[in-house]
Ligand binder design. Structure first.
Ligand SMILES: Cc1cc2nc3c(=O)[nH]c(=O)nc-3n(C[C@H](O)[C@H](O)[C@H](O)COP(=O)(O)O)c2cc1C
Length: 401
């Protein structure tokens, strides 16, 4: 039986995402990333090229681990300057009909309530084409930008993320009934109050009253992507994710990694097939093979070793520092949040509702929401590899079911 492959452009609202140094190429237009027209043009190109989705990465700190500061990253445009990924999505959605969007947002530094509202708004504005790449953030500078003295420990970040998701499921799935908005002009009732409820969440990290401020969007919960590769990261993916970026040095290792994540999904009461997996590839297009090879050589010559070192250095210093100091969440949490925080739970002990359970909290009408409008990685049966175009100097990820 043939399988369908999904294509996903790996993008970022910045100049240099993962192909460092290429911004100096005379034909490179990444400096236009501040211009909304750049994103509208890209969205139209992707839709015409039959891409399923564009995936916007994000970081909320500078890469300052290499040479003891952010200077190399600044000089080489390594993910700085960069803009908020969420804000370009409505314009890209307005210019397209089928392209789906996945944007990265971190669960570690901003409380969940405001993000729940932003995500629901984007799901409304894209007519159900919004997805979220869940990250816990690995840059120490990100921690310092949000009032923490140091990075939150790796497994604590995942424990926070589990509760963050728990709050979001309650807001997205449980706070409003599908038929809450009645718009009854005659009786002067816009929303039936008996069909909207508080969530009254109280957990180790978050206290959220609710109700959710946004009425139910097409998907309610956006498509959830994740890319963790650690044991804790895979467990999180098995529990929550619907699209997972999987690594592997060869096909055999890739297969084992996929099997492992699907096994974990089953342990959470889900189907292995609930998860689509993505591999990544850098694709260089040319008129023919010689032309593509010539371009690839040119790009290699322009690549910046310093840029790649600055990129790798941001994460490397994180893990060294994390291992060395191993601070607990409670010692790092800002004063404003500390008041509502109880001691850090042991890694892996969470109260999060797994996806199988959260889906069942939907009322029958919402469960019947047209699946074709979900921003799933392989939405359109008409999409095929033929005709795909990817702008050079960005990556692309391919998924299969
Ligand atoms: C394809 C891909 C995309 C990623 N995008 C982001 C991103 O946009 N922002 C981010 O902070 N981390 C990103 N990551 C990093 C992961 O979220 C995660 O932190 C990393 O894989 C380590 O996970 P682990 O600690 O569970 O091993 C990405 C990873 C991969 C493989």
């Amino acid at each position: 039986m043939s399988k369908q492959i999904g294509f996903n452009l790996f993008e970022m609202n910045t100049v240099g995402h993962i192909s460092h140094g290429l911004w100096v190429h005379p034909a490179n237009t990444r400096h236009r990333f501040n211009d909304l027209d750049f994103w509208i043009e890209e969205a139209k190109l992707l839709e015409a090229g039959l891409f399923d989705a564009v995936f916007l990465a994000d970081v909320i700190g500078a890469y300052d681990g290499y040479r003891g500061g952010p200077e190399t990253a600044l000089r080489e445009a390594v993910q700085i300057p960069s803009n908020d990924p969420l804000l370009v999505i409505p314009a890209m959605a307005a210019a397209t009909k089928h392209l789906a969007f996945a944007a990265t947002f971190s669960t570690t530094y901003e409380p969940p309530f405001a993000f729940a509202r932003r995500a629901s708004t984007l799901d409304h504005l894209t007519k159900g084409r919004f997805g979220w790449n869940i990250v816990t953030s690995y840059l120490p500078n990100a921690a310092r930008n949000f009032g923490l003295a140091d990075e939150v420990g790796h497994d604590d970040r995942y424990a926070i993320a589990d509760e963050y998701l728990d709050v979001l499921y309650k807001l997205w799935e449980g706070s409003w009934d599908d038929d809450a908005v009645v718009q009854d002009r005659e009786h002067r009732v816009y929303t039936d109050p008996s069909k909207v409820r508080a969530i009254d969440h109280a957990g180790p990290f978050y206290t959220v009253a609710g109700p959710h401020l946004t009425e139910p969007s097409i998907q309610r919960t956006p498509v959830l992507f994740q890319a963790g590769s650690s044991d804790r990261g895979r467990e999180f993916a098995g529990k929550h994710a619907e699209g997972v970026f999987v690594g592997g040095r060869d096909l055999q290792v890739y297969r084992e990694n996929v099997a492992d994540i699907r096994r974990r999904a089953k342990a959470w009461g889900r189907q292995g097939s609930d998860i689509k997996t993505y591999a990544s590839a850098v694709i260089v297009l040319g008129k023919d093979e010689d032309d593509a090879a010539r371009k690839a050589d040119e790009f290699r010559r322009l690549s910046s070793a310093e840029g790649y070192l600055a990129h790798a250095g941001g994460g490397a210093s994180t893990s060294r520092r994390t291992r060395a100091r191993r601070r607990s969440w409670t010692s790092c949490v800002p004063r404003t949040r500390r008041a509502a925080t109880t001691p850090s739970p042991a890694a892996g002990t969470t109260t999060t509702t797994p996806p199988s359970a959260r889906r069942s909290t939907r009322s029958p009408r919402s469960t019947a929401a047209p699946s074709s409008r979900r921003a799933t990685p392989c939405r359109s049966p008409t999409r095929s590899r033929a005709g795909c175009a990817t702008p050079t100097s960005t990556g692309s990820t391919c998924g299969s079911s």
